[in-house]
Design a protein around this ligand. Sequence first.
Ligand code: GLU
Length: 303
Amino acid sequence: MTSAGRFAPSPSGELHVGNLRTAILAWLFARSTGRRFLLRVEDLDRARAGAEAEQLRDLQAIGVTWDGEAVRQTDRGQLYAAAIARLEEAGLTYECFCTRREIQEAASAPHAPQGAYPGTCRSLEPAELEFRRSTRPAALRLRAGVTEYTVHDVLHGDFTGVVDDFVLRRNDGVTAYNLAVVVDDAAQGIDQVVRGDDLLPSTPRQAYLASLLDIPIPEYAHVPLVVNGDGVRLAKRDGAVTLADLARTGVPVEEVRDLLLASLGLPAGTLEHVLPAFNPASLPREPWVWTPPAEMQSAPTIA
Ligand code: GLU
């Protein structure tokens, strides 16, 4: 299987300019290194009817093209189940009955690593296990053998982060993102992961899980996010931030694309056209503050 990069949006709504900028970067990273580029719809959670079609349409409109058909996580349950079965057979999982509140309380205890599951259900006595099974459905957690793991990132260098007994399958039966992403990337031959740097803290967990499943760890590039004027990650409530919103305010898709390229220090034009100018080493390392194009021009006057 030839090497590949990917973009993996969650179809929770329309993509905004921050998502589109990350998609452009993922495409440039993959294509500039001769990789295939794949699209995966991460619809295990947070899917909204119609959002997938809107997202694929907007990616195409901005020039992000992909090889083959987009795959959908909800079609891939067997792959996740097989990986979970392997971990179970190796004794690397356990059932967890904690409520969100119990976890919050235990995790705020002194000496608990930030955001780490404290291992409450790791070694329940058989009688206790049996009792807890009768009270609520169990989530399945990884029995991690380390507390931290180091990954290498093209933009961040070596990054060491927490690895805890994270959830592999939620107690409603849905596969957890950290498991699905590792299994999918491997099954699709993805060896380059470019995504927003809000996901960097989860990456040591994913790379560690890959190592347990004998999966090669991909090359990572966690790219800076787009933020609003207050420095907060861009969201729909920040006004006209989707292609459809911007088109309604008179900004065509080509102009949005060129703004995003300019924010990356790249010339205007189609993605194919700018590809030769792309150099990861000269990418901005700071978040980019989105200024709506309409506000950059003076307000229109009515004659
Ligand atoms: N589906 C995730 C998101 O939209 C991205 C996951 C990834 O790129 O690994 O935030």
